[in-house]
Design a protein around this ligand. Structure first.
Ligand code: ADP
Ligand code: GLC
Length: 494
């Protein structure tokens, strides 16, 4: 058994990885955590699908064929491609029927109907790659529903396989609202025996729920913030999975994500027009002026409220849109939004921008460089999420002295210190927070922060300086993961 210092073999399975394919924060974490584990000296393999979008990368890598048995009746031939992605040894699972498609999870409107099988091939393929290459993982680290089946396959399909006898699984929950539900007709294909199709494992109102099965079979489960881990045990915050989370409460922990300050620092960021190391050294003001020019917003002293987000109900647009209408009517605030996703939310944001052409800019789309310019040029970052497992943008905002306005939920609560009602927590406060998921509660906090911005510039500056000093290092998070891994290796399998 590995000593407390010996390097661990960690197999990380994720459906998206920054620099290859990204739809959200999962991708940031699936690159940053393995990179940090490699830096700490661990032996890592990062396994992801070989999507059509990244063919130019993986088609250059050597390939090997791999025969995968999802069930006892059929075999599927895949290829694996091995290479290096940003210093991380990476294995891509190539299966053109599954991954040679324009989308990652959906065709633009609806999820692919065979998603369960596609990601089952990723999960089982990752484990079989280990066996074929005699690479014995200490830890199989699965991320979200797409990789959850790996925990089940390790626990049941490979139950009596000496090769995997000492391997343990960790399932990280980046977003437990996405659960990978599919019809029970897939049971046989996925190799899930009927004995596991009950409410204590895969069954969920007559359907298969892949995340739920993963939660049942993983040796450890962790959420991406302590706050979210606690919420998952409640009925309100568990996305309908309260009973299974409570059953596995002993195995559930929270590890806060880190921030890659190599990419998100105003002193060095190559995507912003002026660098700054303090909120008032002129650099941030220049970033704001140029951003307003770029987005054709009116000149002046008004506070600039920014947002970068997937357009999804999770992010609180049902509070934000009415709150913005009211705030635009009653103050001189300006708004700059970047986002893609739900067409209906996009239409509502376009309407707002049409109504206030010199005060509201909405850029529909996905644009990493613009995301950096918004972080640097904004005064306030809006993140009124209904739920938020961790949230990365509020962490980036702190570093750029763009004070976050967040709802008191999940990782937002764990990373932002709100200005006290009496304003006395100077040196600690880094943002603004409201609790009730209602437009009125958000409006009240928006008005308050605009007053502080306009009437108490010294308080604002103090908060910005405190915000810029905050650090959420990946080195810390990675060490917490390694402690979790080592703890698991000392105990029998769940
Ligand atoms: P989630 O993963 O729920 O979408 P996070 O805050 O954890 O939320 O991470 C979102 C990540 O995706 C951040 O790195 C953010 O900058 C990025 N992002 C989201 N939407 C866009 C967009 N439209 N353009 C550029 N980057 C975006
Ligand atoms: C998810 C969550 C987000 C989290 C990210 C990375 O997409 O919605 O809150 O920061 O995963 O863990």
């Amino acid at each position: 058994m590995a000593s407390n210092k010996s390097p661990l073999k960690v197999l990380v399975i994720a459906s998206e990885v920054e620099g290859l394919v990204k739809t959200g924060g999962l991708a940031d974490v699936a690159r940053a955590l393995p990179a940090e584990l490699v830096r700490l000296g661990h032996d890592v393999r990062l396994v992801t699908p070989a999507y059509a979008k990244t063919r130019a990368v993986w088609s250059q890598w050597p390939h090997q064929s791999l025969c995968v048995h999802l069930n006892a009746f059929e075999e599927t031939w895949l290829a694996t491609r091995t290479g290096e992605h940003q210093g991380i040894p990476t294995v891509q699972i190539e299966h053109s029927d599954s991954f040679d498609r324009p989308g990652i999870y959906d065709n633009g409107a609806t999820p692919y109907e065979d998603n369960a099988r596609r990601f089952a091939l990723l999960s089982k393929g990752a484990l079989q790659w280990c066996r074929d290459n005699d690479w014995q993982p200490d830890i199989v680290h699965a991320n979200d529903w797409q990789a959850a089946l790996a925990c089940f396959y390790l626990a049941e399909h490979f139950r009596y396989e000496p090769f995997f006898a000492h391997s343990r699984s960790v399932l990280t929950l980046h977003n437990a609202a996405y659960q990978g539900q599919c019809s029970s007709g897939w049971l046989r294909t996925l190799g899930i025996h009927e004995q596991f199709f009950h409410p204590g494992a895969f069954e969920d109102h007559g359907q298969i729920n892949l995340l739920k099965g993963g939660i049942r079979f993983a040796d450890a489960i962790n959420a991406v913030s302590p706050g979210y881990a606690a919420e998952l045990l409640s009925d309100l915050g568990s996305h309908g999975l309260g009973p299974i989370f409570r059953e596995r409460a002993d195995a559930l922990s929270g590890i806060l994500n880190g921030c890659d300050y190599g990419q998100w620092s105003p002193e060095t960021d190559p995507d912003i027009p002026a660098h700054f190391s303090s909120p008032n050294d002129g650099g941030k003001a220049r970033c704001k002026a140029l951003l307003k020019q770029e987005l054709e917003l009116a000149e002046g002293e008004a506070p600039l409220l920014v947002s970068i987000s997937r357009l999804a109900d999770q992010k609180g647009f049902n509070l934000l849109i009415p709150a913005l209408w009211e705030t635009l009517r009653s103050t001189d605030a300006q708004v700059a939004l970047l986002g893609s996703g739900d067409a209906n939310l996009a239409a509502q944001l376009h309407r707002l921008a049409r109504e206030y052409p010199t005060r509201v800019a909405f850029v529909e789309g996905y644009d990493n460089a613009l995301a950096h310019r918004l972080e640097a040029g904004g005064d306030v970052f809006l993140m009124p999420s209904i739920f938020e497992p961790c949230g990365l943008n509020q962490i980036y905002s702190l570093r750029y002295a763009t004070l976050p306005l967040v709802r008191a939920v999940g990782g937002l609560k764990d990373t932002v210190v709100p200005l006290a009602d009496d304003g006395t927590n100077s040196g600690q406060a880094t943002g603004f927070m409201f609790a009730d998921p209602t437009p009125d509660a958000l409006i009240t906090e928006l008005h308050r922060l605009i007053r502080v911005y306009q009437e108490q510039p010294e308080v604002w500056l103090d908060m910005q300086q405190t915000a810029m000093k905050q650090r959420f290092e990946w080195a810390t998070a990675a060490k917490d993961y390694v402690s979790l891994y080592r703890k698991l290796l000392k105990v029998p399998r769940h």
